[in-house]
Design a protein around this ligand. Structure first.
Ligand code: TYD
Ligand code: MG
Length: 450
């Protein structure tokens, strides 16, 4: 008889501990430990490994890897040029963000290209999937559906069938009986993933796993699996507007930090070919506190509108709020403005936000934040056709940033006519882009120009 043992797991990162802890030593998250009973004495993972002797690297033959195109070019880009056979891909994101939708659209395209596809759902019924397919439209070729959450049945369906791409929707609903814990617990999720990994490698099929990111409840998040799978894609975006970003955070077969940009419509997710145009549509003209900044996302530059609002406070403590940019970064820039440009913000509430619900970590937006704040403070609009790039240092110097040429080109393409850039990034060839380049070395130089 196998004995049972109590183990505590962090549901964010999967850290294992013999006792409960308030803060996870692994990921530093609070209150994330959950208790699970595991059986000791039984084989921990049923996955058998057969490679026993080491192989010389010279003897390993590689074929030119053939990728399967999904014909959703934003998705192909994030995957690094298409689906690699034999790979395990995790698609994470909040519930309702569009994971099932994009994967069903992918299946539709794959079947149209003659690939055999199996869609396993532990969440929805056959009728629900069919209804979604009807809504998306264009399902003219056959595709196999399986509504089951028992891993034994799913495994045998995968190994007996001839599907080259399999979708598991979602990992949190799948269950391996022998593990003995509820679906969605850390031990279950890990065991299911280990089995899927073995199936993918042995049969050379690509498997996509859907994982919900959940803050509450005893469901293990996809973070616990990140290290087990080949690629990890996360869906981002706020529910209110249709804008969705698919971000590659890990990719064993391509570059990471690539993003795919989509818009949720009544016919599923459509690709956004020109994200800058999408982000800047509806920008108000001639108003104080609005500025164009740029962020490098993977191989692309996206121009965005950054807004600041400065207004007199009615309390002892002025408010500082930031949406889409780092709060501490905003405070740092305000301190530099106070010290180096002689501004007084002690009685001013300040709000800074990126329009469109996107988050950026690019330091190149610093100078944009400073200029937008000054513009709103003085109630003086910045030019409508001006883009600002540069990192602000503590002494008020403007530091160089990456890929300036690419950013300036994008601004020229979008029809802007002025661009303030760090002096250290200045290059004569930029003058030929048909946009006026204004290099600055100090914050005070930039404030003179706006
Ligand atoms: P879904 O793909 O089911 O989310 P997930 O699998 O990540 O939980 O997306 C569901 C949401 O998308 C739901 O709120 C309805 C919306 N939606 C559309 O707006 N248009 C569509 O064509 C489809 C299929 C869904
Ligand atoms: Mg779903």
């Amino acid at each position: 008889m196998a004995k049972e043992k109590l183990v505590f797991y962090c549901k964010e990162c999967g850290f294992e501990s013999a006792k409960w802890q308030g803060q996870c030593p692994g990921c530093k998250a609070w209150n994330t430990f959950v208790e699970e009973k595991i059986k000791v004495g039984v084989q921990k993972s049923s996955v058998k490994r057969d490679a026993v002797t080491p192989t010389s690297i010279l003897d390993v033959v590689t074929e030119d890897e053939k990728r399967i195109k999904t014909n959703i070019s934003e998705l192909d880009r994030v995957l690094g040029g298409g689906i690699v056979p034999g790979s395990l891909v995790l698609v994470g994101g909040d519930p309702g963000i569009g994971k099932s939708t994009i994967l069903l659209q992918m299946c539709r395209n794959l079947t149209a290209a003659g690939e055999a596809v199996l869609y396993v759902s532990g969440e929805e019924s056959l009728a629900q999937i069919k209804m979604r397919a009807k809504r998306l439209g264009g399902f003219e070729h056959d595709m196999l559906l399986l509504c089951d959450n028992d891993m034994d049945n799913v495994s045998s369906a995968i190994s007996k069938g001839n599907a080259r791409v399999v979708i598991i929707d979602s990992i949190q609903t799948m269950i391996v009986d022998e593990v003995g814990t509820a679906p969605g617990t850390v031990t279950q999720v890990r065991e299911v993933t280990a089995r899927l990994m073995q199936l993918a490698k042995q049969n050379n099929i690509a498997i996509f796993i859907v994982g919900h990111v959940t803050k509450e409840g005893n469901v293990a998040g996809p973070r616990t699996l990140e290290h087990m799978v080949d690629s990890v894609l996360y869906f981002e975006g706020d529910g209110s507007n249709g804008f969705r970003l698919l971000r590659g955070v890990k990719n064993r077969f391509g570059s990471t930090n690539e993003i795919g940009v989509f818009c949720m419509t009544d016919k599923g997710l459509t690709e956004v070919k020109n994200p800058s145009e999408f982000m800047l549509s509806g920008r108000p003209k001639g108003v104080p506190g609005s500025v164009i900044v740029s962020s490098i996302e993977g191989s692309r530059t996206i121009l965005m509108e950054l807004q600041a609002l400065v207004c007199q406070t009615n309390f002892n403590m002025p408010r500082r709020t930031s949406v889409g940019v780092d709060y501490n970064r905003v405070n740092l820039i305000l301190a530099v403005l106070e010290k180096r440009a002689g501004m007084n913000f002690w009685n001013q509430d300040i709000y800074v936000s990126i329009a469109g619900g996107i988050r950026i970590n690019d330091p190149a937006v610093d100078l944009g934040i400073a200029c937008a704040v000054v513009s709103s403070f003085k109630n003086k609009p910045l030019g409508d056709n001006l883009m600002i790039i540069g990192e602000v240092g503590l002494t008020g110097e403007i530091r160089g940033v990456s890929n300036v040429m690419q950013r300036v080109k994008e601004a020229a393409k979008m029809g802007y006519d002025r661009c303030i850039i760090p002096a250290s990034n200045y290059d004569k060839s930029m003058e030929q882009l048909g946009i006026s380049i204004e290099p600055v070395s100090f914050l005070s130089d930039a404030l003179v120009l706006i």
